[in-house]
Design a binder for this molecule. Structure first.
Ligand code: NCD
Ligand code: ZN
Length: 347
């Protein structure tokens, strides 16, 4: 018997769409989502309200006609961000949030924050205006082991930052550890966490066992199996503080397949099919909608979508393209390593 699942239209609370030819190629693959928080780590980064408005227009132009996607823009927090520009862009409906990258933590983060004292006035203005801070939670101290950087960030940076600005609304982006789950759970109503599709699927063995697999390398790097299980438990719990942020992060194969390849998994094309399988495997299909379509909107104080999408479980899995083309480049689509039976019906 064919099984179907109807959900309110999912939102993606952490998405990289890039710019130029890459934007043209990847935007259609996220067009079926409702709201998407668009990451500002372009080169150069999106740092002012005016730049965010211009980027939003480029995204809209790259979407196919009738696309549901409503880009929710973010500003890239730097040591010299102007609090008035942030609050003004938020009040004008140009931005939804501000993104904090510790300088050097990940792809295109060289302009990130080097001194948290310098951004205190911005964080205070955000707390007062109700602007959410999306946090890339990894320390950059080279003395800290890469697998410990999220847990250490929580103790060294996130907890002091939240204590210093108690009214600030914070999303811990792409948590990858049981420490991240526990910290998010212990916070009040001002704290939430996104979880990616790929961190529900892979642990660190996927990157290294049997050979180096660059397409499974992302930041924060996947951790050991116990952490993946903690993430699956959190995502499928139905708890309002956990919601989907795919962190779909396309890079050309020419940049990933290098002696020093860059970080990011491109999951936009098959994210919903993978998530439905994960939730089915956890016997939690009835909680998929909370994770993809309800919890994030509620945290961002937006109404849940009134649109519906339908997923159908086929007996024989449909095949998905393993690559897409962006200009003259090829981008590899994330391979979950298991067949995908769930398929989104065209609207
Ligand atoms: C992201 C990218 O490529 O922009 N990469 C990644 O591995 N997730 C940056 C980020 O979100 O850390
Ligand atoms: Zn990201």
């Amino acid at each position: 018997m064919t099984q179907t699942l109807t959900l309110r239209r999912p939102d993606d609370w952490h998405l990289h769409l890039r710019d130029g030819a890459m934007l043209q190629a990847v935007a259609p693959h996220s067009a079926g989502f409702g709201r998407a928080i668009i990451m500002p780590n372009l080169v150069p980064p999106v740092v002012t309200g005016a730049q965010a408005a211009a980027y939003r227009d480029r995204i809209r132009a790259a979407l196919p006609p009738g696309a549901a996607l409503d880009p929710q823009m973010t500003l890239y927090l730097t040591d010299s961000t102007d609090p008035a520009d942030v609050v003004g862009a938020f009040r004008d409906g140009i931005i939804r949030a501000v993104k904090l990258y510790p300088a050097g933590a990940t792809t295109n983060s060289a302009s990130g924050v080097t001194d948290f004292n310098r951004v205190r006035p911005v964080l205070e203005a955000m707390a007062e205006a109700g602007v959410t801070l999306c946090v890339h939670g990894e320390v950059t101290d080279p003395a800290v082991d890469i697998f410990d950087r999220e847990a250490v960030f929580i103790d060294r940076v996130l907890e002091p930052l939240r204590r210093a600005t108690p009214g600030l609304r914070v999303v811990m982006e792409h948590i990858t550890t049981s420490e991240g789950v526990a910290y998010a759970r212990a916070g009040g109503d001002n704290l939430a966490a996104t979880i990616t599709t790929h961190h529900l699927v892979i642990n660190r063995n996927a990157i290294l066992a049997g050979g180096i697999r660059p397409h499974y390398y992302c930041l924060p790097v996947a951790k050991r199996e116990s952490h993946r299980l903690a993430l699956r438990e959190a995502a499928t719990s139905g708890e309002g503080r956990f919601f989907l942020g795919t962190d779909s992060a396309p890079h050309p194969d020419s940049a990933k397949l290098q002696p020093c390849g860059c970080a990011g998994c491109f999951t936009a094309p098959n994210t919903l099919s993978i998530l439905a399988q994960v939730f089915e495997d956890e016997d939690a299909l009835d909680r998929l909608e909370a994770f993809t379509s309800l919890n994030g909107a509620a945290f961002y104080r937006l109404p849940a979508s009134e649109d519906r999408i339908t997923l159908t479980r086929r007996d024989t899995p449909p095949t998905y393209p393993t690559h897409i083309t962006a200009g003259s480049e090829t981008v590899t689509v994330f391979d979950p390593g298991f067949p995908l039976f769930w398929h989104q019906e065209p609207a």
